[in-house]
Ligand binder design. Structure first.
Ligand SMILES: C[S@@+](CC[C@H](N)C(=O)[O-])C[C@H]1O[C@@H](n2cnc3c(N)ncnc32)[C@H](O)[C@@H]1O
Length: 475
């Protein structure tokens, strides 16, 4: 008998059931839904959180942590992919997506939160045991131990291309944006390194929740009172805005529940306010919102129109979204109509309106703060899909307004191909329009550039990156 045969066997470790952590399991389920079903995190999370709360083992702190884990992991996916790729010996695309989700969640806890290292690794391994099985949990353990060897800055020094070699690649990895988006945002923003870095970082922050006091239904002062002492602040730029304090729930504000106020980014409020403030020559009785769904700007415009005795027609191509517009406008103090119509085949006679807003479908690159997964889904080719529609909608808006009236062309994207290029192309082909300087109609708002159009920015204004051009029909 050899020594080895005689040596007593090490007793096998007794099997221990994996610990089920409802927060991490929920975060994993949300990430799987985003990946597998192309779901939107902001739509998938609320029902999962509600279900968990209804089961009774989930409190507000758990919900906040689950939300942070999902949003943070999705936003920082580009950085975490680069880190994880440096910790494994095969291409990232060969890692099964559910395994990658557990690794990314672990990387976020290690590099993007204050969760202590041992807790982040062990919680991720336990999650892996529950959702992937013991075999793959060992792989997760090995990879996350490597990830835990450095903090975020240490990893960025190792995995991000140097600024001198390739500034855009550097920014893409450090600030977790696809390179083509870095490039497009920088083209539009212009300026030196500090500006684009601030913008990309602002895209990675959670935006404040902003409410709008709908004119004729309530005021910002009443809304502040309705939100409760200490729970809200006045807006920065819009006289109708109220900002909820961290963690504030719009559904808990009576005025929102009763439809007197709505949730609306200040950038969107400024667009509607500027269009309403631009002078028209002659009567000011008929207003059109040609791309109205789901109705945020239409509800604000309808209230402003009512103050002047004007009528708003809110038109939206998708019937179900026209239904949302109807809900948003219900209770408006003045007259309005909601119709389901294609803005490129107008349901109205040319020259019918005094003011027209076309807030056209776009890539949404100005709202990356709100849609954490959007930056990874969008493709440069999407721009080609929107381009003809954006031009057609602006062309029809200019046909819908009478000479002397004003059109507002708006996008929730700062991409030049969706903003200036569209306006320039459409206006170049005609001699009956003039671009108005939009800046005076956003009083008190700084850093609006050289005009005549305006571009808002998350890092400069705390708003989505809304674009607005105001165009007058001269003949
Ligand atoms: C950026 S959203 C408008 C957001 C809206 N102004 C708000 O503040 O709530 C663009 C809208 O245009 C609609 N749309 C797309 N194609 C259209 C068309 N041909 N005619 C009219 N609306 C269209 C989309 O369904 C979408 O609801």
């Amino acid at each position: 008998m050899s020594d080895q045969q005689r040596r007593p066997r090490k007793p096998a470790k007794p099997y221990r059931r994996p610990q089920k952590d409802p927060v991490r399991i929920l975060a994993f389920e949300a990430l799987r839904a985003v990946d597998e079903r192309d779901a939107y995190a902001n739509l998938v999370l609320p029902p999962l959180l509600r279900k968990a709360r209804d089961k009774g083992d989930f409190d507000a702190r758990d919900a906040a942590l689950a939300t942070e884990l999902v949003y943070g992991t999705l936003r920082r996916q580009g950085t975490y992919d680069a880190v994880i790729a440096a910790c494994i010996d095969r291409p990232l695309r060969e890692v099964d997506p559910p395994v990658l989700d557990v690794l990314s969640l672990g990387a976020h806890q290690l590099l993007g939160t204050r969760i202590p290292t041992h807790a982040a690794v062990s919680a991720s391994v336990e999650l892996a045991r529950v959702v992937l099985g013991d075999g793959r949990a060992k792989f997760v353990n090995a990879v996350l131990r490597k990830v835990s060897a450095h903090d975020l800055d240490g990893w960025l020094d190792r995995v991000a291309p140097s600024w001198d070699d390739d500034p855009e690649d550097h920014l893409a990895v450090v600030h977790s944006h696809p390179r083509w988006i870095v490039s497009a945002l920088w083209d539009s923003l212009g300026g030196p390194r500090a500006g684009i870095e601030d913008l990309l970082e602002a895209d990675n922050e959670r935006p404040e929740v902003t409410l709008v006091a709908r004119p004729g239904r309530t005021t910002a002062e009443e809304l502040l009172t309705s939100a409760g002492a200490g729970a809200a602040l006045p807006g920065r730029w819009s006289p109708l805005a109220v900002r909820l304090a961290e963690g504030g729930e719009p559904g808990a504000v009576d005025a929102v529940r009763d439809g007197l106020a709505g949730v609306q980014d200040e950038g969107s409020q400024l667009v509607a306010l500027a269009l309403a403030a631009a002078p028209v020559e002659g009567p000011d009785r008929r207003w059109l919102d040609g791309c109205a769904g789901p109705g945020g700007k239409a509800a604000l415009l309808a209230g402003l129109a009512a103050e002047r005795g004007a009528l708003l027609v809110a038109s939206e191509k998708q019937p179900h979204r026209a239904g949302l517009v109807r809900q948003a406008l219900q209770g408006n103090p003045g007259p309005y109509q909601v119709i389901a119509a294609d803005g490129t085949r107008p349901a109205w006679r040319p020259g019918t309106f005094d003011r027209v807003l076309v807030d056209v479908p776009c890539t949404g690159l100005g709202a990356l703060r709100r849609r954490p997964e959007a930056r990874w889904r969008r493709r440069p080719e999407d721009l080609d899909g929107f381009a003809p529609l954006q031009r057609a909608l602006l062309t029809e808006a200019l046909a819908a307004v009478r000479p002397g009236g004003v059109v507002g062309y708006a996008t929730c994207s700062p991409h030049l191909a969706e903003t200036r290029a569209v306006v320039d192309d459409v206006l170049r082909a005609r001699d009956d329009t003039e671009l108005l300087d939009a800046r005076p109609y956003l009083p008190g708002v700084p850093a609006l550039g050289d005009g005549p159009d305006i571009q808002l920015w998350p890092h400069l204004h705390g708003t989505d990156a809304m674009y607005l051009a105001l165009i007058r029909r001269t003949a």
